[in-house]
Ligand binder design. Sequence first.
Ligand SMILES: C[S@@+](CC[C@H](N)C(=O)[O-])C[C@H]1O[C@@H](n2cnc3c(N)ncnc32)[C@H](O)[C@@H]1O
Length: 515
Amino acid sequence: MSSIADSALHEDETLCTQILETITAASPLQILPSKISGAGIGLFVTKDVDDGEEIFGSKPLVNCVDNELQRSVCDNCCAYQLSTVHPSGRFRTAEDAELEMKACSRCKVCYYCSRACQRKAWKTHHKHECELLSETPTMHPLTRALYRILLSIKHNILSGDQRAAMQRLTSNMPELLSSDNAKLIVGASEAARSRTKTDLSFAEVVRLYCIVLTNSVSIFQPEGRMLGSSLDVVASLMNHSCDPNAFVVFEGNSLRVRSLRKLRGGEEITQCYADVNMDVLIRGRKLKDSYNFDCHCERCEKELKAHEERTPGMIPQMEQTQHDLIDRSNEAIRLINIDTLSTDAHNLASRIFPNGKWPEDLQPWPTLHISQSRVSKAQGSLVPALKYGVKGYLFQERRIGPSWIHDLLEFLQVISRMLVAPKGDIPFGKDGFPSEVQLWTILHGHLRELALGATRTFGERTAYSQAIGAWYSGSIAEEEGPKPGTTAFANRFKRAQGVLLAWAGVDESRGIVLT
Ligand SMILES: C[S@@+](CC[C@H](N)C(=O)[O-])C[C@H]1O[C@@H](n2cnc3c(N)ncnc32)[C@H](O)[C@@H]1O
């Protein structure tokens, strides 16, 4: 295997053609040396691609559901029991029946949404792994992916091309074997080799595990939920950018790569391996720890320079504090409790900024506000949820892509709950708070942006975009004044948004401009 792995994939034209034939792409793609220094090979478009287009779709080699979601996600089609979206393209209501999930009666590890899914999974892979899974039910999904791959090789389920291409993916094996995780990697590989009784050598199994660790992508649905991990050969060839032109999303068990902006023919397709909204220091740590490289892109250099100018010589403290703020914010979400979050956050911020005043637009502050809004909403405290929500979503620098759509949706859910709350619960028109009519205008203006944004981001066929579109059309049908999309509405919206922003203490320049 090492000799195959030594020759780069792009040099084998026949193999490249064969693996590119397994995807569905609007126009042909190419595998070439990356334009990013030190990044190996990459994936390129050959023709111009518009903003918001599907670049390609693929059926991954393996999808593995996260352990804590096993009972609620179908192990075959990835249908999610708690999805807020009905497959017919509307948001679910309390009247909708819940998907009934049934466990495999033998292993009780994999769950299915129908007999058909269970039969299909059994035929394609589950019959080979069922007994092994029942012995090790809590295996990490990436280790489960390794088992599935080893068994697929053993039982000739993978085609020769798929196997050859997978084995040539970057493994980062030397770096992973000298990392803190080396013992775990070696131990899991040893166990996988002996349990699956594969013919592969120990070194080959370790390398395959490193390939899984380096190339897997999250099964991220349009709704924003991560359901597990997936390995797809073609998607694995996309390199990282902190200003990506594409992203990966799943529709059921199918992977889709969609554009975030226009790409010119010959351009490399890139995705962000870290949370694209986070600061350079958080992204940098993730890229180093999980993918073994340092990013030196324009965005990273610019953000590092800004740190040096703002707080000279404080980069290590700044990084630690950002991590601590994120941990604190995640803890608040987990406990559904933000009682001490503001005080704790200001105490942490004062390590860097003597007055404890972290800049509103510097991450993770906007994300912290979004957590505060989410927890307040869960507690039914809608007024603070709105105030935190306005700050959270308007201080995000990037107003494109999945996370922007999710932030906007959450913000609008707060507004729409306020508009149906019992009279007297919401201080309409008092102490600078917008009037009820103004809040309707704010909802409708944003809903139109959300509907347009969801269609551009996820495509118009996606049930999620359709559900947002249905919400928008249902809601504006009741609007008596000028409709969104007209100049009269835009003027009304600007005034209403101005009131909301003044109430929330956000500068008007941060507001959204309607399209
Ligand atoms: C999923 S693979 C991407 C395909 C890979 N370039 C190849 O040749 O197979 C991820 C690995 O590619 C490299 N890589 C991806 N993006 C990079 C970037 N922006 N700068 C440097 N290396 C990068 C790193 O080695 C990373 O661990």
